[in-house]
Design a protein around this ligand. Structure first.
Ligand SMILES: Cc1cc2nc3c(=O)[nH]c(=O)nc-3n(C[C@H](O)[C@H](O)[C@H](O)COP(=O)(O)OP(=O)(O)OC[C@H]3O[C@@H](n4cnc5c(N)ncnc54)[C@H](O)[C@@H]3O)c2cc1C
Length: 453
């Protein structure tokens, strides 16, 4: 009998295994595909490699504006894929080495929960005092929309060996706007279709609005508040029809309408685990209703982010080892969208904060006053939201080139329940974009330097 049997070797599962091994527990880690899961092989890493290639393409285009002779001569997808796969390959090798170097029993194969304390793989039963479910997620489609040929999800889009002339993206959330950003930079005519009233609808309203302005300026087409009805394809193109009767045609259709939990036929319901629409229900200590069974990562309702999975995996390992770790505040998990411009946020939007706390102050520091942002030629802002009652900052929302790198300070302020008065005296290096964060806090503390009021 092992201490922990972990089903799924993605962000949540492997983080749990690594932390549990540090704590001296005996572990079985079961993975049916590749260690590293979605994030490493089909998610975070490949998309960010493509986004970096897109940034290089834009830099080549923009060189002339600042007196650097450069031209954009096109994209060689074979080379882009080599670069992307090289990054994945090196990280994959490193991760395999890390797991090998620890006292972890790694099992290859598809596992099924056959008892509250046992998982079966290839006819072999692995028993654990504790079970951690970490089977992740898959790209959803919508009823009646079959993924084949020119109609694809991010899984196929990441393997494409050519640059299409045009693309429709169904869904204006994180994955949708990231692909739109890459493809536009690669020279594709992109149209995003979003059912809700704005792009990136989960973000603060000011950020969504700024994102739409930025995408309009980049020539990325989008239709918001429209409902998809059907799609058809032939050997030349794909055409979608909206409920309004309007049609849009392109070389391909990327379906980016969210990710569903990968929990079907894995024995979870049979063992009495409480589920909701396929998600595994877990309490704030990540325990399911069945004693000894925990769940982490994308199968647990909430933000589907790799670093949430890592943190939950670590939490469960420490919980099982008896360390009684502090629970994870879902709102304290940073959220970054790596498009151009980037979006980064933490905590509550202004509207959510108003609903929760009544009176709040919000302040927007415009990147126009920030030297480094001027040098980079980016626009955008940093928006702070604080409670009026005690001044504690409950939300930070940013948009602009590279603002994802600023989320570190924002998350410390949010998670340490800081106020503008706590941060304003801290010195921020000049000229950095991080300085804009300092300026925003100085302004909120009533002593703006490079800002009006
Ligand atoms: C296109 C895209 C871009 C993304 N970009 C980002 C980003 O920039 N930043 C970020 O934080 N997140 C990003 N994500 C989300 C991130 O990838 C997920 O949140 C993360 O991978 C979830 O980790 P997980 O461990 O829950 O699941 P997964 O990573 O999906 O891992 C689950 C693992 O379980 C295995 N498994 C499933 N069933 C079984 C079984 N029966 N037996 C054995 N093994 C099994 C699977 O093979 C898989 O390896 C992105 C996702 C996508 C699709």
């Amino acid at each position: 009998m092992h201490d922990i049997v972990i089903l799924g070797g993605g962000s949540g599962g492997y983080a749990c295994a690594l932390r549990a091994s540090q704590l001296g527990l005996s572990i079985v880690l079961i993975e049916q595909d590749k260690l590293g899961g979605t994030c490493l092989h089909r998610g975070c890493i490949p998309t960010k490699a493509l986004l970096h290639a897109a940034e290089v393409a834009d830099t080549a285009r923009e060189g002339e504006h600042i007196g650097v002779h450069s031209t954009f001569n096109g994209i060689d997808m074979t080379k882009v894929n080599e670069y992307k796969d090289g990054v994945i390959g090196r990280l994959y090798k490193g991760l395999q080495g890390l797991v090998k170097s620890r006292d972890i029993t790694y099992v290859e194969g598809s596992g099924k929960l056959v008892a509250p304390n046992a998982v079966e793989v290839n006819g072999q039963r692995y028993e654990g005092k504790n079970i951690v479910l970490a089977t992740g997620s898959f790209a959803r489609s919508i009823p009646g929309l079959e993924i084949s040929g020119r109609i694809m999800t991010s899984d196929q889009a990441l393997l494409m060996d050519y640059v299409p002339a045009s693309a429709i993206i169904l869904g204006g959330g994180v994955i949708g706007v990231e692909f739109a950003s890459v493809w536009k930079s690669f020279g594709v005519d992109v149209t995003i279709i979003e059912g809700l009233p704005t792009l990136v609808p989960a973000e603060d309203a000011a950020v969504s609005k700024a994102m739409e302005r930025a995408y309009r300026k980049r020539g990325i087409n989008f239709k918001t508040g429209v409902r998809f009805q059907s799609a058809s394809q032939d050997d030349k193109s794909v055409t979608i029809t909206l409920e309004s009767g309007e049609t849009v045609s392109a070389d391909l259709l990327l379906v980016a309408v969210g990710r569903g939990p990968r929990t079907e036929n894995l024995g979870y319901e049979d063992q009495g685990i409480s589920m909701d629409r396929g998600f595994v229900l877990a309490n704030d200590r990540l325990a399911t209703n069945v004693p000894g069974v925990f769940a982490v990562g994308d199968i647990v309702p909430g933000l589907q982010l790799a670093h949430r999975g890592f943190q939950q995996g670590i939490f469960v390992a420490e919980e099982i080892a008896g360390l009684a770790p502090a629970t994870i505040d879902e709102l304290g998990i940073p959220r970054v969208t790596y498009s151009e411009p980037e979006i980064a946020s933490i905590g509550l939007t202004e509207a959510q904060a108003k609903e929760k706390y009544g009176e709040v102050d919000a302040y927007e520091y415009n990147l126009g006053g920030n030297g480094k942002s001027q040098i980079l030629g980016t626009t955008g802002f940093i928006k702070l939201v604080r409670k009026k009652s005690d001044g504690i900052v409950v939300g930070v929302h940013m948009i602009g080139a590279r603002v994802g790198e600023l989320i570190g300070e924002a998350q410390l302020v949010y998670n340490w329940e800081g106020t503008a008065e706590d941060v304003a005296p801290l010195v921020h290096a000049h000229p950095t974009q991080n300085e804009a964060m300092g300026e925003a806090f100085m302004a909120l503390a009533g002593k703006p330097l490079h800002a009006h009021a």
